[in-house]
Design a protein around this ligand. Structure first.
Ligand code: HAM
Length: 427
């Protein structure tokens, strides 16, 4: 019986692992540049934790199971609920603001498609305890700072930004009751992913008034905050939310990433817990699924039994990002080192095997990465092996030189060689 990998999962052979490391190392570096510290949690939690506030879509996509004690558990589809739980647990002792990042491996039982798998890695950055929209600006900035570091320009990607507070104020102003908002948001979030007629039909099922549905459709296409006032009357709540959006854009401009950012009322987000600024970064052509998404969530910590505590953050998966980088020619497998050795120790004849083992071990003890051929082979072949392993230098143990206690050190990029006394090299 030939056992296959499960659909929607990936095997990371060394070349794929090099790509994953390239992405993850960049995420970590950007987090640190922006002052976030790393955390992690367990890969499974109580199923109930995801049923509280994440919304139906994520609940439908859960991998869940019962353990031997009859506990209902789920593999994490996101880390935000874990973050809320962990912060709640130590809320009084954690220094504020809480700026944390994580790179969890997540599972969602989605139908595998371009950019969406059933197991993936997701970079998360979150700021907890800062009411000011400055925290949202920091999250969006950090995310764009990372994407910019990969040489993606504003011609390649756009951060589409909106506000659920603004949307809620506007929807309530046109007669939608507050308690109905939660069931309308997931429909609005589906708009870019389904045909216009299907979208309208879904809204008609949820909302009685055809005129209200048409107003919502017009609102979803708004790309400048000022246009909203031309479609609906603005109340104080809407005006305040608009001011917050304007300040966010001013901050992003100040931070030097304004050209990447655009207001887009159509960004609603699928998850149920968002309460304020929401955003997604998309490829400029709009061909792919979102590269990342996030926003403000003010009630998640209190929903999990903690104090009222505002928070904002985002998650970026590795899948769409990799597709986009390849499409733009910014990621090529042959430019990523699978391995990089400081030294490779080659030996000119089988009699020098012991010496090669000794030299290798001594270099490793000094903290250098070092390898050698397990079988005596022609020197040329060993040099090829050194090259394939990405060795910076190759030490060639030869009979006459070792007699004097010297070793030949070859620089693999320039091809130059020098003989150095072994004792000096190992110092
Ligand atoms: P999300 O929109 O569900 O948000 O996911 C964020 C990102 O994770 C997506 O934009 C995508 O890059 C990636 N992603 C999601 N599902 C998949 C999948 N099946 N395969 C590959 N990549 C995927 C959240 O998860 C929120 N918890 C983010 C957040 C953090 N909000 C506040 N803090």
């Amino acid at each position: 019986m030939k056992i296959q990998a499960v659909k929607g999962t990936r095997d990371f052979y060394p070349p794929q692992m090099a790509v994953r490391n390239f992405i993850v190392d960049g995420w970590k570096a950007a987090s640190k540049r922006c002052g976030f510290v790393q955390y992690d949690g367990p890969i499974f939690e109580y199923l109930q934790m995801y049923q509280v506030k994440s919304g139906d879509e994520i609940v439908e996509q859960l991998f869940n199971f019962e353990d031997r004690g009859g506990r209902r558990l789920a593999i994490r589809p996101e880390i935000t609920p874990t973050l809320a739980r962990m912060v709640n647990q130590q809320i009084s002792s954690l220094p504020r603001p809480i700026k944390w990042f994580s790179v969890p491996r997540l599972c969602r039982a989605e139908r595998p498609q371009k950019g969406r798998l059933r197991e993936f890695f997701q970079w998360n950055i979150d700021v907890i305890g800062v009411e000011d929209v400055l925290a949202d600006a920091e999250v969006i900035y950090c995310c764009l700072d990372y994407l910019r570091s990969l040489r993606l320009t504003s011609a390649d990607i756009t951060a589409r930004i909106s506000s659920r507070r603004l949307l809620a104020a506007v929807l309530m102003n046109i007669g939608i009751a507050e308690e109905r908002l939660a069931s309308i948001y997931p429909i609005l979030d589906k708009k870019p992913k389904i045909p216009a007629e299907a979208f309208e039909e879904m809204l008609n099922k949820e909302i009685d008034s055809a005129a209200t549905v048409q107003t919502i459709i017009r609102l979803m296409n708004v790309h400048a905050v000022e246009e909203i006032g031309r479609i609906v009357e603005l109340n104080d709540a809407a005006r305040q939310a608009m001011q917050e959006v304007s300040r966010l854009f001013a901050l992003l401009t100040l931070m030097g990433v304004g050209e990447y950012c655009r207001f887009d009322m159509g960004i609603v987000r699928g998850l149920a817990y968002y309460t304020g600024i929401v955003f997604e970064v998309h490829d400029a052509v709009g061909e792919l699924r979102a590269i990342c998404g996030g926003g403000r969530y003010d009630n998640l910590l209190s929903d999990f039994g903690g104090p009222h505590m505002t928070a904002t953050g985002m998650g970026m998966g590795d899948c769409v990002l990799e597709i986009l980088l390849r499409e733009k020619g910014l990621l090529k497998d042959d430019t990523l080192p699978i391995q990089r050795l400081d030294y490779f120790v080659a030996y000119a004849d089988a009699g020098l095997f012991d010496r090669a083992v000794q030299v290798t071990a001594a270099l490793r003890e000094k903290g250098f990465s070092c390898d050698f051929s397990y079988k005596p082979a022609a020197l040329g072949k060993q040099l090829k092996q050194a090259d394939a392993l990405g060795a910076a230098k190759c030490i060639i143990a030869g009979q006459e030189l070792t007699a004097e206690g010297k070793l030949v050190v070859r620089d693999m990029s320039s091809g130059t060689q020098e003989s150095i006394p072994a004792a000096q090299l190992l110092k």
